[in-house]
Design a binder for this molecule. Structure first.
Ligand code: G6P
Length: 611
């Protein structure tokens, strides 16, 4: 959600900043802008709309400077137009600031400053901060001290970067609630970014700021101070993935690339973690916490969006194999309730980005109450990964497509590995565990088989591209898959879709069914298969059009439904991985045929770092 990039060094900053923004565009694409410091002051160029508009404007204006900041916006306060685009500047144009987050007391600051003559030109909360910095600046004071003074008066969440011609040659950045890191360059350059993708072209060495930290970046490196003004040192991490991972690699879209990456991302999440003979998993991230885990009497899983669907499947897995009661909570609801979190509860946060504001807040609430916390996270070094007591990484590599695909299937495998680990220390036998390990090992090849259905699914999408609604039905472990299938379709193709437990259909959605309603039914051969067949009959009786996802080679459904998607069979707990992949492809092709922007669907952002 909003991307920030900064550069100070020997080179022209403009092209480097634009390149960084390009890699961050998935975080927001309502507007974009850059500010460069040069001999004549601060030069700002900004445009509404996608980054391409800014690139064109930069070509025309050719701003120059070797120190600058840039931003790509996902609108919170104010419409996505040019005046609201970042950077925001002081009235004299000599201070420029970019911001990710929400300043909660912006209106108070705005009122106070307006009363003494400050003129606001945007509707954003951010502009209040830049005028506040101007107001507090005593001549001769270094930029970092003024920024720190201003931030002491600011309430809310922010990651900011500031430059000023009053104190040139440096960028001041600060973090409170919105991720920010420093890219440590090797040739006299220092960078800033809201995530590693912004800086990876120039350096793999990154330093994550903690909440309350602010830092000065210049050609000599960086200095970090904490909330109390004390100089602190933070660990340097090495980014382990390559630039290739955040490029399309021959695919038309990141979403398609990431769908097709699933055989390898599933191999990566399992690598070195399967112990077939012991029917167990080896998880370095939780190995030292076994005593804590053995005390767990109840698990609360919290997450948002697609990760919440993974959480629902985690509930089935943990209850079934580890026999521990589980509740799943939307993080955004959990944080404002007064949840009962007694001793023996484990709060498990699932997040691809590791930065989702609601999930982080839920986690912090649990920690505040002394509850132990665990993370299942993809982005290494992200806030949730750092703030949970322990956890495991997905190692799925960067996920750029806004609609989550490979992270979801990796989350399911990660949850299976965690469940196996906990289960084997409780009721799960070596034989049962061994069966799960063997099924896990087969999964990547089975996903490859599902991907071979791509052209069949594309033809199906062509047949239904004009549909206005879609219904997805599943039962038991396939119910969260129905939710995920519907979410994917909504996100990228803008077709209204609902996921429903198959048997619940008759308590409402059945009223919607007629010959114009495509219904995707998840019907793998499992314990509830026959029940799902009954639901299919009910849809058929009302002339609904049925697309069934099945595992049987040939079955009674063949003549009964309109279309069959056949996927390989695995154990019930892992079957959702194989039934989800065709639904990802269906959503992708529907969106493509309808001309939607698959990687950057309207109004969405990849990681939602505001409430
Ligand atoms: C946003 C994204 C979703 C994602 C959700 C949770 O809404 O568009 O794809 O599932 O956030 O994100 P997280 O990074 O916490 O998994």
């Amino acid at each position: 959600m909003c991307g920030i990039v900064g550069y100070v060094g020997p080179e022209e900053a403009g092209p480097i900043l634009l390149q960084g923004l390009k890699r961050l565009e998935y975080r927001g694409y309502d507007s974009a802008g850059i500010a460069l410091l040069n001999g004549s002051g601060v030069q700002v160029v900004k445009r509404s709309g996608k980054l391409s508009s800014l690139e064109q404007a930069v070509q025309e204006d050719s701003p120059s400077g070797t120190c600058g900041i840039a931003h790509t916006r996902w609108a919170t306060h104010g419409a996505p137009n040019q005046p609201n685009a970042h950077p925001h500047t002081s009235s004299q144009g000599d201070i420029a600031l970019v911001h990710n987050g929400i300043i909660e007391n912006a209106n108070d600051i705005r009122t106070q400053l307006s009363a003494i003559g400050y003129v606001f030109t945007s509707e954003t909360d951010t502009e209040a901060v830049v005028h506040l910095i101007d107001r507090l600046w005593v001549e001769g004071e270094p930029l970092e001290d003024v920024v720190a003074a201003a931030l002491r008066r600011v309430e809310g969440a922010y990651g900011i970067a500031v430059v000023s011609s009053r104190d040139p040659g440096k960028i001041v950045i600060a973090r409170n609630g919105s991720p920010l890191l420093i890219g440590v360059g090797k040739n006299g350059e220092t960078l800033a970014g809201s995530d590693a993708a912004a800086v990876i072209a120039l350096t793999r060495d990154v330093v994550y700021l903690d909440d309350g930290d602010y830092a000065v970046l210049d050609m000599d490196g960086y200095r970090i101070k904490d909330i109390h003004g004390a100089q602190v040192s933070r660990t340097t991490h090495e980014v382990t993935w390559d630039l290739e991972a955040i490029e399309k690699g021959g695919y038309e879209h990141f979403m398609l690339k990431e769908i097709f990456e699933q055989p390898s991302s599933l191999r990566d999440v399992m690598r070195g973690r399967l112990m077939e003979e012991d029917g167990d998993s080896r998880l370095g991230g939780i190995a030292h916490h076994q005593p804590n885990l053995s005390r767990v009497r109840r698990v609360v899983i919290t997450a948002c969006g697609t990760s919440w669907h993974a959480a629902l499947l985690g509930e089935y897995m943990i209850e079934e194999l580890a026999r521990i009661p589980v509740e799943v909570e939307y993080a955004s609801e959990f944080r404002y309730r007064n949840p009962v979190l007694e001793d023996g509860t484990l709060v498990l946060a699932i997040s691809q980005s590791g930065e989702t504001a609601d999930t982080l807040a839920a986690l912090r609430e649990a920690k505040h109450r002394g509850i132990s916390t665990m993370g299942v996270v993809n982005v290494v070094g992200s806030t949730i990964a750092r703030e949970t007591d322990y956890g495991i990484y997905l190692h799925a590599g960067p996920e750029i497509g806004v609609a989550s695909t490979k992270a979801f299937t990796s989350q399911l495998v990660a949850l299976a590995l965690v469940t196996l680990n906990i289960g084997r220390r409780r009721h799960l036998s070596v034989v049962q565990g061994g069966g799960i390990v063997r099924a896990l090992k087969e999964l990547p090849d089975q996903v490859e088989k599902v991907l071979e259905l791509d052209s069949q699914i594309r033809s199906l999408a062509e047949a239904y591209a004009d549909a206005r609604n879609f219904l997805y039905l599943g039962r038991g472990l396939q119910f969260p898959v129905a939710l995920e299938g519907a979410l994917k379709l909504k996100e990228v193709s803008y077709i209204h879709a609902e996921g429903y437990p198959a048997a619940e259909m008759k308590h409402g959605p059945i009223a919607l069914i007629d010959e114009d309603m495509p219904v995707v039914v998840l019907a793998p051969r499992d314990a509830v298969y026959q029940k799902v067949v009954s639901s299919i009959e009910e849809v058929k009786a009302r002339r609904g059009r049925i697309i069934a996802v099945v595992t049987d080679e040939a079955s009674e459904l063949d003549g009964k439904v309109d279309h069959i998607i056949r996927v390989p069979q695995t154990i019930a707990l892992l079957q959702p991985i194989l039934t989800t992949v065709p639904l990802q492809l269906l959503a992708y092709h529907m969106a493509m045929i309808r001309g939607a922007d698959v990687d950057q669907p309207r109004n969405l952002a990849k990681s939602v770092t505001v409430e």
